[in-house]
Ligand binder design. Sequence first.
Ligand SMILES: [Zn+2]
Length: 95
Amino acid sequence: MKTIDVPPATCRTCGKLNDQISGVGHGHSAKPGDLSLCIQCGTLSIICDDFSLREPSEDEAAYLERLPDVIKARAVIKAEAAKRSGNFHFHGVRQ
Ligand SMILES: [Zn+2]
């Protein structure tokens, strides 16, 4: 996983200030045109030429939100957010 500093940007959904981008499951640096997911809420953005983030168009979002890697990454982010909130539990059976 390679992490780089980027211009600080506030998530348009949750308000978190993000100033780094890390690759997920690979060691490549982020480049313009790549996807970015807010680490706190999973909001999807496109990385611009100056490494600012823009909201995807409706067509882009409709396509990107169905990608298996995006769905998996968002599930992980949601699980982590639920753990932070203190109301995350697994159901199980006593052995
Ligand atoms: Zn967010």
